[in-house]
Design a binder for this molecule. Structure first.
Ligand code: GTP
Length: 601
């Protein structure tokens, strides 16, 4: 396709605002998918995406569309739709997907209005100078309030309310008009077709049969079939086995030219060799400058993953190795815990990322796993000036601490105005600092806070939702670190530390954390033959205590006597039970008790 007839765009939308459904209608309207082949959410690859209804990985699809240009002459255009992940954890990937486009469709549910994450992505698109096409979706819904939300959007992006298109992904109404608008409003790509080849990687996906499939937008020059390509960030050279476009299945082509979007396959087996944000060039006549700075994904949230059944440890390692092939952001290293046995310390981009990994391990790999409470990265400076990076609370250094730095975020919360008070209270209780507040309309407010990341990873999102009956939305981005008055609380069972329960908390919350954990453990740990103290401690100072009373003698006596087979059975049963018991010093604790304590909130 001629460069002037190419339009590259993505759809920015909040989860559930109907992006996948609208994409389906576009595939149909452009004839890319025949009616008989149509299935819902055509472009969502992974089962887990379809079931959870979230799009994790971006991808691109080419659609032909004939439309009249400014001169009134109808021409054939190629529209490339580049999908963006919607969630804050994947904001670097969103950024790269947007960088591959000249336009963005801002899709907003006409019954709900714009949400915080959409706003964050919208600002990203505006910063990248993309043409924004505002669209209200689901106008077929009886609860839709298109006039109200059109006014809101218009004031946000600075257009007239009448310019906000109205569509329904369900009925297909307004979809051809939207495609026409994309042709008319989005500028064609502007790269240099004669320059040295430069293509940006905006996604890369591991496929069991084909190895890594890399999605690229060619900016300058061209990549041709069977040539050797080079990754600018690493200098690695690969043979191009296949190059092509997706429409809606992969179609090999002879190459991709400036402005085009497509995929390439080189036979590499690991997405880390084909990284999102990297620049691909030709190995023979390489470009010297990368397109933009490549950024390594940095894990922000950490937690321990342990198999419920210790013999699953090798299987867990295999599963993590496999997931890693498709997830450059996931990190893990072996970890041992007194309470939970052998497992891995894993690093994630954020909480959603953590949940997705956990769910995939359970669902795709059939593993029963338990994860410890999420933690962030602390930088601890001791009196002797030594500096420790701590991602695991149980490894918080002993001794005199001079300073602890914790990561902070800038959070944006969009809410109906009646919840302002409740949200301020919540943010205050989480050590938040208000940065500002703006009314988007008479009834909707944008609140901006600086908050410690540690306060968000716990259960902030749930607390926010429950205080605003689900109406508030949240987005956040890293904003450096701050010095904080933090301390480690240990939990002791009969004087022995239970590592999985150590936590780094603010000094003011140490007591309540200690009381909560000791109370819970007391309830869940069965009585032993001796009295067991359950304590919480800061250093050597005990800050909370409960006691598990000893079993009474006559209860033990019941186990003796009776006929021999019964006794043997009992013994065997006990042996079986033993496997699932973890010994903390002299105290035997069923693993279920640990799991219950970690699982509860
Ligand atoms: P993610 O993939 O999770 O980002 O969601 P999405 O934005 O792609 O939303 P999806 O297309 O899965 O739609 C979410 C829900 O809204 C589904 O139950 C759709 O059936 C419904 N829906 C989508 N578009 C419309 C519409 O135009 N009208 C009505 N009534 N429902 C719609």
């Amino acid at each position: 396709t001629e460069q002037a007839q190419i339009r590259n765009f993505s759809i920015i939308a909040h989860i559930d605002h109907g992006k996948s459904t609208l994409a389906d209608r576009m595939l149909q309207a452009t004839g890319v998918v025949a009616p008989r082949d149509m299935r819902a959410q055509y472009l969502d690859r992974m089962d887990i995406e379809r079931e959870r209804g979230i799009t994790i990985k971006s991808q691109a699809v080419r659609m032909p569309w004939a439309a009249a240009g400014a001169d009134g002459v109808t021409r054939a255009y190629a529209l490339n739709m580049i999908d963006t992940p919607g969630h804050v954890d994947f904001s670097y990937e969103v950024n790269r997907s947007l960088a591959a486009c000249e336009g963005a469709v801002l899709l907003v549910d006409a019954a709900q209005g714009i949400q915080a994450q959409t706003l964050a992505n919208l600002y990203m698109a505006m910063e990248g100078d993309l043409t924004i096409i505002p669209v209200l979706n689901k106008i077929d819904l009886p609860s839709a309030e298109p006039d109200r939300h059109a006014a809101e959007i218009a004031s946000l992006i600075g257009c007239e309310p009448e310019e906000v298109l109205r569509v329904s992904g369900k009925t297909g109404v307004g979809v051809p008009e939207l495609l026409d608008r994309i042709v008319a409003a989005v500028p064609p790509p502007s790269g240099d077709p004669e320059g040295a080849a430069r293509a940006m990687i905006f996604d890369s996906v591991y496929d069991v049969y084909r190895g890594v499939v890399t999605y690229v937008r060619v900016v300058d020059g061209a990549l041709n079939q069977r040539e050797r390509i080079k990754m600018v960030s690493t200098g690695a050279v690969h043979d191009l086995l296949e190059i092509g476009v997706i429409s809606p299945e992969p179609v090999p082509t002879r190459g991709l030219r400036a402005g085009e979007v497509g995929y390439l396959i080189t036979g590499v087996k690991d997405v880390r060799q084909s990284k999102v944000g990297d620049t691909v060039t030709s190995a023979l006549a390489p470009a010297t400058e990368p397109l933009s700075g490549y950024q390594d994904p940095k894990p922000m949230v950490f937690s321990g993953l342990f198999p419920v059944d210790g013999s699953d440890f090798p299987a867990l390692r295999d599963a993590l190795d496999k997931l890693k092939l498709n997830d450059a952001a996931l990190t893990y290293e072996p970890e041992t815990s007194v309470a939970l046995g052998f497992g891995f310390r894993c690093g994630y981009l954020g909480l959603l990322h953590l949940e997705i990994i956990r769910e995939r391990l359970e669902r795709e790999f059939n593993l029963d796993i338990i994860s410890t409470a999420p933690s962030v990265i602390y930088e601890v400076t001791m009196e002797d000036r030594s500096v420790h990076t701590v991602t695991n609370p149980s490894e918080f250094p002993e001794g005199k601490v001079r300073d602890v730095q914790e990561p902070v975020v800038r959070a944006t919360i969009l809410t109906p105005s009646e919840y302002i008070g409740a949200i301020m209270e919540l943010c205050q209780s989480r050590r938040g600092n208000m940065l500002g507040m703006d009314y988007l309309s008479e009834t909707r407010v944008e609140m901006r806070y600086q908050l410690p990341l540690a306060e968000i990873v716990f259960d902030f999102f749930d607390a926010l939702k429950s205080r605003t009956r689900g109406y508030a939305s949240l987005d956040y981005e890293p904003d450096g670190t701050q010095s904080a008055d933090l301390t480690k609380v240990d939990i002791l069972l009969n004087g022995e530390k239970v590592d999985a329960f150590s936590a780094i908390v603010h000094k003011d919350s140490a007591q309540s954390y200690g009381q909560k954990m000791t109370r819970r453990l007391k309830e869940l740990i069965p009585r032993q033959q001796f009295e067991v103290p359950v304590q919480a401690a800061v250093g050597s100072r005990i800050i909370a205590r409960e006691t598990i009373r000893a079993l009474r003698k006559d209860m033990l006596a019941k186990c003796y006597g009776g006929d021999i087979t019964r006794k043997r059975k009992l013994l065997e049963k006990q042996k079986e039970g033993k496997k699932r018991m973890k010994a903390v010093g002299r105290v035997e604790v069923p693993q279920e008790a640990f799991i219950a304590v970690l699982g509860a909130d």
